[in-house]
Write a protein that binds this ligand. Structure first.
Ligand code: SER
Length: 603
């Protein structure tokens, strides 16, 4: 096996596909150009959607190859393990209604085995097993078999594993075939196979066969074109080629991991385990790399803040600061790490040099703000701890922990960490209880007003309908466009809203959603209704509930520039009629689906 650098791999890949008739095109900005449906570019297909749809020919032809910077923060909590990253580079080759499965798979195999030097025995692949009336991809399986991959290493998996796209809510998509390298580690169980997250099989490449279009009703219709979209992860491929145990042990991360180690305090003095030290370093490295690419992006416009992409960036920087602190790194470190990252990448991505000064200034400001919050919180914590000890007590009450969090903005995890070091316990249940009580306060108020008979139930339900649209819009702003409605149910007491989202929402996200909705209520925005067709509504950017059947004419409700949804209503005339909005509960509904229960207050 050869050991390549990322620079060499990028070049080899582009040259290889150039030799197969592909035009090398530049990758796109990591901040989407014209796509309001995503916060960041998560895959190479975003900028190519119009060409994949066949809306216009691509000026460079029907075979393209590129390197795309991608940001994906859905798995942010998994960062720190061997292979998860919030930023990565993806190598891609594209057929715009040109070649299809046979060429795509054969070239993938040729590049992996003859150019990168993987042995066919290390390869396992997956193909689409068939679902929802779309047949199993026997053709892809047969091509792999023809190349010498035996049946026992061709796994057939459902849509959840072997389907890609659309990039937003609608658009081109299709079954894929994914290539995994067997690391040689033992299986974690009998069921262990590619797609299992134990780290035995690492996915490095994905060939997508885009033959379908997901329409506004959530149906998969034939696209009438056969496109190919492939994506090879640079970091993971380099990791597998060099035999490094994790992506953080590759040449790509060497300078930044080295700098983090150097800036940190002596490991023995940190009071955390070696595993925790390692995880904290990886989180700092990953998050700082992502934040630096976002801040230096040529399109620009994303700054640490409380909404949408700005919030994601803030969360990345603050998590890096928190873990940096855990490593004993002195404040002011984020601009230093941005410099290290810039030196590593600027020859490939010149924006990392051109926009470095502004990036460092933004990092410094955000790090300062958050450091002050943490300093105040720590001082308060120390006071509390001293008082407790003076009274011979060993537990921080839930109420006190909640006060640190609610009044001083001190993250609850920090209270737990500091308590642990100070030899104090924390009443976690008490904290949750205090949090819940706080959230319920306004529920009591609103329930009281209903009892007083200020309005009849149908009026309340109408107001809840409109609140549901505002909630949906706020979730899109805070979590992004993948937080899509799965269901909704309204009673005079509360609204319930189910939506796709992989993890528990943080308290900050919940607060931000409430703040947005209450802001729109306070603005007194008019709600308007018009009759139109699904196509027209869609063209205007309306949200529609997938899987619903709509008639020829639908009513489209528009709330200023906040929300546009196809809905049968009824709705209030102005958002001011909602009074106020409060989330009572955020919980799991089913796998990948969260449920919010919320109430509205008095008018
Ligand atoms: N879009 C596919 C992926 O991200 C292949 O490029 O995996």
């Amino acid at each position: 096996m050869k050991s390549l650098t990322a620079d060499q791999l990028r070049e080899m890949y582009l040259k290889f596909f150039e030799s197969k008739g592909h035009a090398i095109i530049p990758g796109a900005s990591v901040i989407p150009e014209n796509d309001p449906t995503v916060l960041f570019t998560t895959a190479g297909m975003h900028p190519l959607v119009p060409y994949l749809m066949g809306q216009m020919p691509h000026p460079a032809g029907t075979r393209l190859t590129d390197v795309q910077k991608c940001v994906r923060t859905g798995d942010i909590d998994a960062v720190g393990d061997a292979a998860h990253l919030t930023f990565f580079e993806m190598l891609g080759n594209w057929s715009l209604n040109d070649y299809f499965k046979k060429e795509a798979i054969s070239w993938s195999f040729e590049f992996l085995t003859q150019h990168l030097g993987f042995s066919p025995e290390q390869l396992s692949v997956t193909v689409f097993a068939g679902e929802d009336g779309i047949p199993a991809d026997d053709e892809a399986a047969a091509i792999w078999r023809g190349l010498g991959i035996p049946d026992e290493r061709i796994y057939r998996l459902p849509r959840e594993d072997n389907w890609w796209g659309p990039a937003g809510t609608t658009g081109p998509c299709g079954p894929d075939t994914e290539m995994f390298i067997d690391t040689g580690k033992p299986k974690c169980s009998d069921a262990c196979r590619p797609g299992c997250h134990c780290g035995k099989f690492i996915e490095i490449w994905n060939d997508v066969f885009m033959q379908y279009n997901k329409n506004a009703e959530g149906k998969y219709e034939p696209l009438g074109r056969h496109n190919v979209d492939t994506g090879m992860g640079v970091e993971r491929t380099i990791c597998m080629m060099s035999g490094a145990p994790t992506v953080y042990d590759t040449e790509i991360f060497a300078p930044i991991m080295g700098a983090i180690k150097e800036l940190g305090a002596d490991e023995a003095e940190l009071g955390i385990s070696a595993d925790e030290v390692l995880k904290a370093r990886r989180i700092v490295a990953d998050h700082m790399r992502t934040a630096t690419f976002i801040l230096c992006d040529p399109k620009g416009g994303v700054k640490p803040g409380n909404v949408g992409a700005n919030y994601v960036l803030r969360r990345l920087i603050r998590r890096a600061v928190r873990y940096g602190r855990q490593l004993g790194i002195a404040p002011g470190f984020t601009p230093k790490l941005a410099e290290v990252i810039s030196s590593k990448y600027a020859h490939v991505y010149p924006e990392l040099a051109e926009n470095l000064a502004q990036c460092k200034a933004d990092l410094e400001a955000e790090e300062n703000r958050f450091t002050q919050t943490l300093d105040k919180g720590e001082a308060m914590f120390n006071k509390v701890a001293e008082q407790l000890k003076a009274h011979g007590q060993s537990q921080i009450s839930g109420k006190t922990a909640f006060k640190l969090y609610d009044t001083f903005g001190f993250p609850f995890e920090m209270t737990l960490e500091m308590a642990d070091k100070a030899g104090l316990a924390v009443d976690k249940e008490g904290f949750e209880e205090a949090n819940r009580k706080h959230q319920e306060l306004s529920r009591t108020t609103s329930a009281g007003s209903f009892k007083a008979g200020l309005q009849d139930n149908s009026e309340v339900v109408t107001r809840m309908h409109t609140a549901t649209h505002l909630l949906h819009a706020a979730l899109h702003k805070v979590l992004g466009p993948t937080a899509n409605q799965k269901g909704s149910n309204i009673t005079p007491e509360r609204l319930r809203f189910d939506f796709t989202w992989p993890e528990k929402m943080t308290d900050e996200q919940i607060k931000e959603v409430e703040r947005l909705v209450n802001g729109w209520i306070a603005q007194g925005i008019d709600v308007t209704k018009k009759m139109t067709t699904v196509e027209e509504a869609k063209a205007e950017g309306a949200m529609a509930l997938f899987g619903s059947k709509y008639g020829d004419q639908v009513s489209l409700y528009t709330i200023g520039d906040v929300s546009k949804e196809i809905c049968s209503g009824p709705h209030v005339a102005n958002t001011r009629e909602l009074g106020s909005f409060k989330i009572q509960k955020e919980q799991s509904s089913s796998a990948g689906v969260r449920r919010i229960k919320a109430v509205i207050g008095n008018m």
